[in-house]
Design a protein around this ligand. Structure first.
Ligand code: ASP
Length: 338
């Protein structure tokens, strides 16, 4: 039986071509993708395309567009076996993370992909990314989808979406998942690492939750910074502090005072690391104990993109308990280690 995949084209380099008279990139009508890549017809699946009316540079993607994608998936969930979202690479990790929290009880593949060079470029990486993404989006075994989560396929690697980071603006190998092994790798054979795949709890039915809140701030600390500015953010609800190494911060007593003051206003504080890989470990060094004193939430080995979208999704979400610390600390979709 031929599987059906819906391509949702949102924008980004993958759907652009060069105007050789001006040298600029402009979006082409993605419904014409079959004439650009005739090989698509050779794939053993049926492909349909739905495009955003105005394709976006992914720096313009946010909660409104995440909702739009999630609602398309909800509407077409029963009609398709898999979904491929074509997206600019700049914020793909945010969209993938957001979707992973929005799509509950997912039993079908939702793959995001894009490219570093436009599809019409001689050296383009778009063709391989597109064709192999379609392969993963239509991969079934014993009537069950092999991938049942939101993933990013880029340059021979299938990665968990909410574990991924855009690592390079230059190399084709643009995405990495530093704290989690690839879900699949394409070489001569297209492989899947079955032990790494996420499975939603059996009793969880597929549903879409489009809730996102405001008031989330992400702060990277640096030596010599003025911390007191944090006191002057009246709409702050959740502060994600990106601290050093495994969870350290300067020992200046003003830090404790500032953080306690913020906490007393009901602000939640999550601690994540500036390191690309590894985990937060509060209590390991003396200079991390301040976070114990203010009952901060450890983001463990979560990516910044995942921490931000998770906080936006959970804070005061009526479908979750009011205990933000408990909800954030839970591993919801394989986004952080237990
Ligand atoms: N600026 C583009 C975007 O993220 C880059 C890309 O598609 O790779 O939309």
């Amino acid at each position: 039986m031929k599987r059906k995949v819906l391509i949702i084209y949102t924008g980004g380099t993958i759907g652009m071509e060069k105007d050789y008279s001006t040298g600029s990139l402009f979006p082409f009508n993605f419904e014409n993708i079959f004439s650009k890549i005739p090989e698509l017809k050779l794939l053993d699946c049926i492909v349909e395309v739905e495009s955003f009316a105005d394709p976006l540079d992914s720096s313009d993607m946010g909660p409104e567009e995440w909702r739009k994608i999630a609602l398309i998936i909800e509407k077409k969930y029963d009609d398709f076996d898999g979904f491929l979202i074509l997206h600019g690479t700049d914020t793909m990790a945010y969209t993938a993370s957001a979707l992973s929290f929005m799509l509950k009880g997912l039993r079908k593949p939702v793959i995001l992909s894009g490219s570093q060079l436009p599809i019409g470029d001689l050296r383009t990486d778009a063709k391989e990314n597109l064709l192999t993404s379609l392969y993963y989006a239509s991969l079934y075994e014993n009537e069950e989808a092999v991938i049942q989560e939101v993933a990013i396929y880029f340059e021979y690697k299938l990665l968990r979406g909410n574990r991924s980071i855009k690592f390079s603006a230059e190399y084709f190998d643009a995405y990495q998942s530093p704290n989690f092994p690839p879900l699949g790798q394409s070489g001569v054979h297209l492989n899947v690492t079955k032990e790494a795949l996420y499975r939603a709890p059996k009793e969880e039915k597929f549903s879409v939750d489009i809730y996102f809140s405001e008031g989330i701030v992400f702060w990277r600390i640096f030596p010599g910074m003025d911390f007191s500015m944090l006191k002057e953010m009246p709409s702050l609800r959740v502060l994600i502090l990106q601290v050093f190494g495994s969870g350290t911060i300067f020992s200046d007593p003003q830090i404790l005072e500032t953080l306690l003051e913020i906490r007393s206003k009901g602000v939640e504080i999550v601690v994540v690391s500036q390191c690309f890989s590894g985990s937060i470990s509060i209590g390991k060094y003396e200079n991390s104990n301040v976070f114990k004193k203010i009952s901060a939430i450890s983001g463990k080995d979560i990516t910044p993109e995942s921490a931000i979208t998770k906080a936006m999704h959970l804070y005061q979400n009526p479908r979750y308990s009011k205990d933000f610390a408990k909800e954030f600390s839970a591993n919801l979709r394989g986004e952080m280690s237990e």
